[in-house]
Every structure is written in C-alpha cells, then in structure tokens.
Design a protein around this ligand. Structure first.
Ligand SMILES: C[S@@+](CC[C@H](N)C(=O)[O-])C[C@H]1O[C@@H](n2cnc3c(N)ncnc32)[C@H](O)[C@@H]1O
Length: 194
C-alpha cells in the first residue's frame, strides 16, 4: 500500500517520468526475471526501478556472485529503494547516461538489462540513446527486456532496434501488461525511419 501511494504521489508531480499509477504486480515482476540462465550471468542491470517490485524478485532470484545494479532517476524512489533493499547496489541517475554510470563502477559488459523505463514517453533521440547504449553493453549474447502496460502495441517500435522481439502477456497486472524480450541489435544506419 505504501508503495502504491508513493507511486501515485510521484505520478501526480512527475507524470511523464513515472508514467504509471501503480507499481508492477508480482506476476509482471516475475515475468521479466523468469528464464534468465543464471549459470552464464555475471551482471544484470535494472533500469527505472521505481519502488522496487522487480528489484525484489531480481535480488531474491540472483545467485551470490552475480552483480546486480539497480538504477532509478527520482531521488525519492532511490531513498525508498535503499531503505527497502539495504544491501542492494542502488544507483541514482539518468539511464540516458548508462554507459558512464556503469563505467564509473568498472562495468563495461552486461548480460541482461531489465527495463521499466517509460521509453515510449521519451523523445525519439533519448530512446535511441538509451537502447543503443544498452545493446552495446549487452553485446551479441545479452538480452534486453522491457516492461509494458500496453500489450503488443509497441512491438513494431522495438523491432526497429532488434531483429528478434518476442512478447509475453501478463494479465495479472493493473492494467494488463507484458514483457518484450529483445535480441539482435540493429545499428542506427540499418534501421528503418519511424
Ligand atoms: C513505469 S515506472 C516503472 C517502475 C517499476 N519498475 C515498476 O515496474 O513498478 C518507470 C520508472 O522509470 C523511472 N525513470 C524515468 N525516466 C528515467 C531515467 N531517465 N533514468 C532512470 N529512471 C527513469 C521513473 O522514475 C519510474 O520509477
């Protein structure tokens, strides 16, 4: 309940940044973490953690030895995350500076990026910048995963950046949502114009 009110309050003051009136459900949070092959993972990054519904599943699931970086832009959400997950590596900052944020922590390669960012509300150039940085950090073997509360609608948008985009719907969320699973980055010069 406390998380719901915090999200609602931040939505009223920062609608474009928060872009939701409720934290993701447990089902949606599990869906974005499910299926990670932990035997091969050294580092996972979560972007746009909010009050931490995905963070909770992620840090409970990640085996010891895997580095988990939790990123969030709004200071009040970061303070909440630090209180809720005192042992987690919470990084306050703008995901548009992701490469720099990770390099400052000695990280140059990532296996999975789990994004709760409201990318469809970003200016196109900012969205390009975030996704291209993610794809370069992930390399050929990594996976970009994106939460949505508008099932299927943005599949075309993510297919502009990735050759292989799968979608899994999650009905048990308010509103129903899902996860895009993206591989095979398409460099800007090969990308179709919007
Ligand atoms: C739709 S909410 C998702 C929150 C949470 N992951 C969840 O599933 O409930 C989007 C989150 O992205 C954060 N955010 C928006 N722009 C950001 C940016 N440029 N860098 C990092 N976080 C950002 C917002 O503050 C908000 O917490």
């Amino acid at each position: 309940m406390r998380d719901l009110f915090l999200v609602l309050r931040k939505f009223l003051s920062n609608a474009k940044t928060v872009a939701t009136v409720a934290p993701s459900s447990r089902s949606l949070s599990r869906a974005i973490v499910r299926g990670i092959d932990w035997s091969k993972v050294k580092c996972v990054v979560e972007l746009g953690a909010g009050t931490g519904p995905v963070t909770d599943v992620l840090i409970q699931t990640a085996p010891p030895g895997v580095r988990v970086i939790i990123n969030e832009y709004l200071p009040e959400f970061c303070a909440h995350l630090r209180q809720r997950f005192p042992n987690a590596e919470i990084v306050e900052g703008d995901a548009r500076r992701l490469t720099e944020i990770l390099a400052e922590r000695g990280i140059h390669q990532v296996d999975y990026i789990l994004s709760g960012l409201p990318l469809t509300h970003f200016a196109a150039a900012d969205r390009d910048a975030v996704i291209d940085q993610c794809a370069k950090l992930l390399g050929a073997g990594g996976e970009f995963r994106q939460l949505t509360t508008v099932p299927w609608l943005y599949r075309g948008l993510y297919r502009r950046y990735f050759r292989d985009v799968r979608f899994r719907i999650v009905l048990w969320n308010l509103p129903p949502g899902g996860v895009y699973f993206c591989h095979g980055w398409i460099p800007p010069e090969q990308r179709a114009d919007l």
